[in-house]
Write a protein that binds this ligand. Sequence first.
Ligand SMILES: Cc1cc2nc3c(=O)[nH]c(=O)nc-3n(C[C@H](O)[C@H](O)[C@H](O)COP(=O)(O)OP(=O)(O)OC[C@H]3O[C@@H](n4cnc5c(N)ncnc54)[C@H](O)[C@@H]3O)c2cc1C
Length: 368
Amino acid sequence: MYDFVVVGVGPAGARFARQAAAAGHDVLALEKGEVGTPLACSGHVSTDVWEYVPADAKETLLQNRIRGARFHVGGPDSRAYRFYRHEEVSNVIDRVELDRTLADAAREAGADVREGHTVTGIESHDDHVSVTASLAATATDEDRIQRTFQARLVAGADGPTSRIRRAAGLPEPGERLHGVLAFDDEPDDESFVDVHLTAPRFFAWRIPRGDAGVEYGLAASPDASVPALFEKLTRAYDVDTDRFCSGAIPIGPPERTTADRVFLLGDAAGQTKPFTGGGILYGMTAADIAADVIDPADPSTLSTYENAWREELGSDIRLGHLIRRAYSLPTPIQHAGLWALSGEIGVHMDRPTSLFSRAQLRSLFSRR
Ligand SMILES: Cc1cc2nc3c(=O)[nH]c(=O)nc-3n(C[C@H](O)[C@H](O)[C@H](O)COP(=O)(O)OP(=O)(O)OC[C@H]3O[C@@H](n4cnc5c(N)ncnc54)[C@H](O)[C@@H]3O)c2cc1C
């Protein structure tokens, strides 16, 4: 009997596995494929990410340092409104290597991390949960091996389309966006990203990734024609891209993220920033909270987790929804708002509530 079976070894699952194992619990973490693949993420994160990986990992993971964004209401030729700091605000990192690094850290802390294990079902009992996994096939589908593991508690860290969320009867996130991205190999170590408010209710982007080239991407609701919008973006930039990736982005956490002996982490719990779709830092923040407050011998501590992560991230998520509404304002109002707010900023990219911080107010009022 494991204390925890973690389903999914992305940033949220790997971080929880590491922290729970370090706290002395027996942890099994199951990943359906190979950790880190397939890629469906820009890996554009605040510098807080370095608090979650071993100190020597930065050298391998860091691709570029970013200190601001140019916002456009139209395409690449439209007017750019610059939001910046003099020092770096965020980093572009190798996302595949991030996942591998986090999984290795979990292993080193004592978690049993197994790849090629697709969880196909869970069954709750009075004092434990059975977790059934199908092992990667080496021969035909008929030969697939099934294994069942017993756990006191199960962490569903299996991403935006979480099977564990459905199996536990938990509600879906408010909305799911469709995100796509692809790369141009031309190296670019510029320190600004470009954001285009041209995708319906969201945005398109260009991210310089140092020697790893340039990434172009966008996200929008699935009913928008995302591939056609992407084609329009890259045509406007006059680039040919390759290594096309696509993934879902949950926006708006479900009303409940815990059930009998099951709890959700990361994208499965909708722990993302509604105004960017970024979820790496929020998922790992929630994972740390879960490892701190959940006692596998006492399932009633799941409600402590439910309250504690909402307390930590709830205000920023609520404000993030409000910021996102600005993406759908009429164009003249967007121009006026971007003009009024652009310039040097003191905002933390994961914490929109820092818009009201002394640093941000100081930079706003000292500008003009
Ligand atoms: C186009 C795009 C760009 C993005 N860019 C950024 C960005 O720049 N910055 C940022 O912070 N966030 C970004 N995100 C969001 C970010 O990728 C997610 O928030 C983050 O990956 C969530 O981590 P997670 O561990 O919760 O889930 P995931 O990273 O999705 O990990 C879930 C894991 O569970 C595994 N799994 C799923 N089902 C099963 C199963 N049945 N059994 C076993 N394993 C299973 C999956 O294989 C996967 O490895 C982007 C997303 C998209 C789509």
